[in-house]
Design a protein around this ligand. Structure first.
Ligand SMILES: [Zn+2]
Ligand SMILES: [Zn+2]
Length: 289
């Protein structure tokens, strides 16, 4: 596949809820070493990929960091939509234990449509095109690309993994969802871009009040996610080339601006820092779009 190295943050909010005018849940496109990787499949990933210029029939590799719905809800719909767009080549899906069941459940729920399109339209069997590989900590079996997984701290989810992608000329590490987890610094050491989740605790109370139906939501958020300043500590300890704040909590609060995020990071990390927005594209060359 002929791709240029780039990272596109397709969906940048933490959590599964969406609101008018706001960003979408977590999904990223990483084109590295000639491979096209989709990292997490939150709601909106299909549209985000198309808007990033990707023809869905060229889908190649999909990685799921953990099975929270804001990371996996659109996995099945993405693959199905790629198929109806013309996908005829195999796609590998790497996910934690349970990913096979998510996929099997999806194709079972759409059996009528899938069988109909095979019979009526002569399409190849979607179920035969998709291969799910459930991974654990350590290297992933990806041909031609170095991908490694580190189990992070995201209670009550135990199978939640940071992912590091290395090619000869570029490297990108995703923290996935995690509480402040110092071993991430060693895992991400020297990476060109660290995409780290981030929250601002003073925005969490207002977020919880707006959501309204989660009595333990604040406790979940604060024990399983990372304050922006702690993401910055990881970036500094790992000596990364750039920190991207991602999976923002809160993501759509007009009272929290880019300047607030950058101010939170500044005491701990003095390297280049980017606050992710949906569709933001970064490349190894200085000319980011
Ligand atoms: Zn999440
Ligand atoms: Zn999560």
């Amino acid at each position: 596949m002929d791709t240029v190295n780039r990272l596109v943050l397709l969906g940048t909010k933490g959590g599964p809820a969406i609101r008018p005018g706001g960003p979408m849940p977590t999904a990223s496109l990483l084109e590295i070493g000639g491979r096209r990787c989709v990292v997490d499949c939150g709601l909106g990933v299909s549209k985000g990929l198309v808007e990033a210029g990707v023809n869905l029939k060229t889908l190649d590799l999909v990685f799921i960091t953990h099975l929270h719905s804001d990371h996996v809800l659109e996995l099945g719909p993405l693959l199905h939509t790629a198929w109806t767009t013309g996908l005829a080549t195999p796609v590998q899906v790497f996910g934690p234990p349970g990913t096979q069941a998510v996929w099997d459940g999806f194709v079972a729920s759409l059996r009528y449509d899938i069988d109909l399109r095979i019979d009526d339209e002569g399409r190849p069997d979607l179920r035969a095109l998709v291969q799910v590989e459930e991974y654990a900590e350590g290297p992933l079996a990806v041909d031609g690309l170095s991908v490694r997984a580190l189990r992070v701290d995201h209670p009550p989810v135990t199978d939640c993994f940071a992912l590091r992608f290395d090619s000869p000329d570029w490297s990108v590490t995703f923290s996935s969802d995690t509480a402040y987890f110092p071993p991430l610094a060693e895992f991400a050491r020297g990476t060109d871009i660290l995409v780290h989740e981030a929250m601002l605790e003073r925005g969490v109370d207002r977020l919880v009040a707006r959501t309204g139906n989660g009595s333990r939501l604040k406790a979940h958020i604060t024990r399983s996610h990372t304050e922006a300043v702690d993401a910055a500590r990881i970036a500094a300890a790992a000596d990364v080339g750039m920190l991207v704040l991602h999976h923002l909590i809160p993501a759509d609060d007009p009272g929290i601006t880019e300047a607030d995020w950058l101010a939170a990071v500044a005491p701990a990390f003095d390297g280049p820092t980017v606050v992710a927005t949906d569709g933001l594209s970064l490349s190894p060359k200085p000319a980011a779009s």
